[in-house]
Design a protein around this ligand. Structure first.
Ligand SMILES: [Mn+2]
Length: 157
């Protein structure tokens, strides 16, 4: 089983980037997502198959996708979801249709504002994540449900 690492109490950027890794970088049912401390244990940083939105490292060829310093001087210049999405576009994976999701995830992660982000907080992915977090205590269950939701949502993008 390949291991994808992201941070505990995942925000939308952590969840969407981990989901993109599971569904588009790796093959179906080949990977699992682990939620770890923001100070990632060195062993995991070295040996995990993919690290998203944590770890302060950007190294796409090694599947490390974080946007926080020192990976990027300004953490708000991009986000983990955008980094993995751009990498997949670069290597020719068919993910162009996810662009609106990448955009609102980026805007939400970096405190930007837009009509699309407002709408997402009403009935889009941001709203769904808040709803699932109030409904389920277990992060793995929140993530599992959010993945089901994202699969269906992304089919209509
Ligand atoms: Mn982020």
């Amino acid at each position: 089983m390949k291991q994808i690492i992201t941070h505990v109490d995942p925000d939308l950027d952590a969840i969407v980037s981990a989901w993109i890794a599971q569904d588009f970088l790796f093959q179906e049912n080949e990977s699992e997502v682990l939620f770890v401390s923001r100070k990632v244990p060195k062993r995991l940083m070295l040996h995990a198959d993919c690290v998203v939105d944590v770890g302060n490292t950007y190294s796409p060829e090694n599947y490390r996708f974080d946007h926080k310093p020192p990976a990027f001087q300004n953490r708000n210049s991009t986000c983990a979801t955008r980094l993995i999405w751009e990498y997949l576009i670069d290597i020719g994976v068919d993910v162009a249709h996810l662009e609106p999701l990448v955009q609102i995830t980026y805007q939400g992660d970096t405190h930007r504002n837009s009509e699309a982000l407002k709408q997402s907080r009403i009935d889009g992915p941001h709203a769904e994540l808040v709803r699932l977090k109030t409904e389920h205590k277990e992060t793995t269950e929140v993530y599992r449900q959010m993945v089901l939701w994202l699969r269906s949502y992304s089919k209509n993008l």
